[in-house]
Design a protein around this ligand. Sequence first.
Ligand SMILES: C[S@@+](CC[C@H](N)C(=O)[O-])C[C@H]1O[C@@H](n2cnc3c(N)ncnc32)[C@H](O)[C@@H]1O
Length: 273
Amino acid sequence: MKKKKNRDRSDEKMKYEKEEIEETENKVEYGWYLKNVMFILILIGTSGIGMIILSISFGGLLRLILLPSGIAIVLMFLWPALGLLTMNLITGKNISHPTISFPEILNLESPKILDIGCGTGRVAIGMAKNLKNGGHIYGIDIFDRSISNNALETVKRNAKLENVEKKTTFQYGSATDIPFEDNFFDVVNISYVLHEIRDKPQVLSEIIRILKLGGTLYLTELQRASISTLLLMGPMCMTCKSKKFWYELFDDNGFKQIKHVEKGPIVIFTAIP
Ligand SMILES: C[S@@+](CC[C@H](N)C(=O)[O-])C[C@H]1O[C@@H](n2cnc3c(N)ncnc32)[C@H](O)[C@@H]1O
């Protein structure tokens, strides 16, 4: 009797686990940006709050040391952590990126588009869903840990669940050694990736190689000198590159007709080789 009860219970548990796996397999998952970094920042940042509270209880030299240190830690760590959290709560589960609704990309006739550093597919899948006149979106990535669940299987599963499997191809590939032939793409998109890569000229030379004559590069980054970036990241916004930096980089590496648009903390550049 007792054995039967135990068997029933473990059958029930297995059924529940199976259902849970099936449920996650059927859900689109774009992941959170820098989830681990965010938790570390929150941990360090809250120690700053502790220091501020302690400084109120102590007087003299200890307060003189603890109070400014606590404030500095909160500004340097907790502020960007809360910014990241806000950004993730806004974009976390959704496809949301300005370039996925740019008519100059979506209205092209059967374009071949490459998304470098596609991650879980937020931009590539978003574009594929919105294309007006056919076309195909390719995505490459080294699939590091900058987004939770960042993996080739995740982006492929997302494309399938979003019904754009036939319009997309995802594969491993590095921005510094792009696994496509010369003059292949009409558009190359690279969002929140280039700032991470040391050898930027090599990436740009690869992009020039794979773009067709007249093809366009779209680069998205967070901008430094903007109130919204300051609100989002606090003093850490100074780690973002300035617009001048990107203009000079493009100019020095064979791009012309460089333009940009600003959308809050985001800046999107277009450039033609
Ligand atoms: C912050 S995520 C941005 C993902 C995506 N572009 C988006 O906007 O949601 C940065 C992505 O760049 C990828 N990445 C970093 N270095 C790369 C490289 N050298 N080549 C290709 N992808 C790279 C990471 O694996 C990660 O998926």
